[in-house]
Design a protein around this ligand. Structure first.
Ligand code: NDP
Length: 372
């Protein structure tokens, strides 16, 4: 077992109870102090107490470096429940009208925005103006222009902006990235990403163009967009795309049901991906180079993630993605740690720029070049 692999296994086994680990230099991280963590803790308020917000809150219970201390919600009954469940004091509870007042609340370091996509831009900018760091869920915005505004606002306010890319901290994903970086897969030639599920309730915000920004591409296709980039290690320079729709009543104008898209990368590799709200069992990444291949299936669900390469199965134990993510993000925000795969606003903006290009390519039927 090489040292990196040993490092990741130790990380996984100890994820809930150990101090933050630097991801960028495994040679320095062979020994793990088993003592209780006594370093800085990121005090987080969650905005949007819905399905995913609840999952993050539960995962933060076992986070060492991040603690849930506040809530921002439009639903008073949820605030009451969360106060009781997570021991949140009244002074750390806000709604969407009054949350600018977090500016004067030293108990809150960062706000995790977990609301519908169409609200992310305005909410992120307000949090930044209140002087607090922002973690924003994916997709960070409705398009690249909005994403850029968010990046600029956070820079101007001198706060950090991170995007909730939990897979960037997932051990099997990171092991494949290590193998690719160290040349074990050889020259990378091709990536395939399949991202999709059959969506239910036609009245939900995910099928509302104004709140979602689109359809499957914004919600689940983004995993293949982002995955193609972190698996190959480059940003695409051209895009082609084809859209198909079987149910124009459920998937209205501007809400994509299924899009197949292709990327070309500067190093010569290509990618072929599928984004859909109309098929299940689609959560698979495959990458091949001239020396070997790697596969993740499932690749981006909540886990366990399963993976294999030309050298065999990847055997890391399951981690709770959001726990590891919050520990690592606390290190990034509080101590300037550098993750292996970026999770900052620029990273989110890149995905939005590519998604803009995918929509344009699908609409025009033409190849769209992307300039970086
Ligand atoms: P939900 O619908 O379950 O929750 C969204 C919450 O946002 C609501 O419960 C509500 O909370 C608040 N909200 C504020 N305004 C509105 C509005 N106009 N309509 C609906 N809700 C509103 O969505 P999810 O939690 O599934 O998704 C939220 C975000 O998280 C999305 O951007 C999504 O893409 C992302 N996500 C990321 C995942 C990941 O793995 N990284 C997984 C799932 C989602 P309240 O009542 O407290 O105001």
């Amino acid at each position: 077992m090489n040292s990196r692999r040993g490092f990741l296994q130790k990380l996984v086994v100890s994820a809930a109870g150990i101090p933050f680990l630097s991801w960028d230099d495994s040679s320095q991280i062979i020994n793990f102090p088993e003592k209780k963590y006594e370093g800085p803790v990121l005090k987080v308020a969650i905005m949007g107490l819905g399905g995913y917000g609840t999952m993050v809150a539960e995962a933060m219970k076992t986070s060492t470096r991040a603690k849930l201390v506040g809530v921002i919600s439009g639903t008073p009954s949820k605030i009451k429940n969360w106060q009781a469940k997570y021991n949140i004091p009244e002074k750390n509870c806000y709604n969407y009208e009054n949350f600018d007042a977090i500016k004067n609340n030293p108990d809150i370091d960062a706000v995790y925005v977990i609301t519908p996509n169409g609200l992310h831009k305005e909410q992120t900018i307000r949090v930044a103006k209140a002087g607090k760091h922002v973690i924003c869920e994916k997709p960070m915005a409705l398009n690249a222009a909005e994403a850029k505004e968010m990046v600029d606002a956070c820079k101007k306010a001198n706060v950090k902006l991170l995007v909730g890319y939990r897979m960037h901290f997932e051990p099997k994903t990171l092991e494949i990235i290590r193998q690719r970086k160290e040349g074990e897969l050889g020259k990378i030639l091709f990536f395939q990403g399949l991202s999709g599920f059959r969506i239910g309730d036609p009245t939900q915000w995910r099928l509302n163009k104004k709140l979602a920004g689109g359809g499957a591409m914004m919600d689940i296709g983004i995993y293949s967009v982002n995955g193609a980039r972190y698996m190959i290690g480059e940003d695409p320079v051209w895009v082609t795309a084809q859209e198909t729709k079987t149910d124009p009543v459920k998937f209205k104008e501007g809400v994509d049901e299924t899009i197949q898209f292709q990327f070309g990368f500067p190093g010569g590799a290509t990618a072929s991906c599928l984004s859909t709200y109309n098929m299940n069992n689609l959560d698979r990444f495959f990458i091949t180079g001239d020396k070997g291949f790697a596969e993740l299936y499932p690749a981006t669900g909540y886990g366990p993630i399963k993976g294999r390469t030309s050298n065999g199965e990847l055997e890391y134990p399951h981690v709770t993605h959001q726990t590891v993510q919050m520990d690592e993000m606390a290190g990034i925000i509080l101590e300037g740690k550098q993750p292996i795969v970026p999770v900052d606003g620029e990273e989110g903006w890149k995905d939005m720029k590519i998604i803009d290009a995918i929509y344009l390519a699908a609409k025009t039927g033409k190849r769209v070049d992307i300039k970086w």
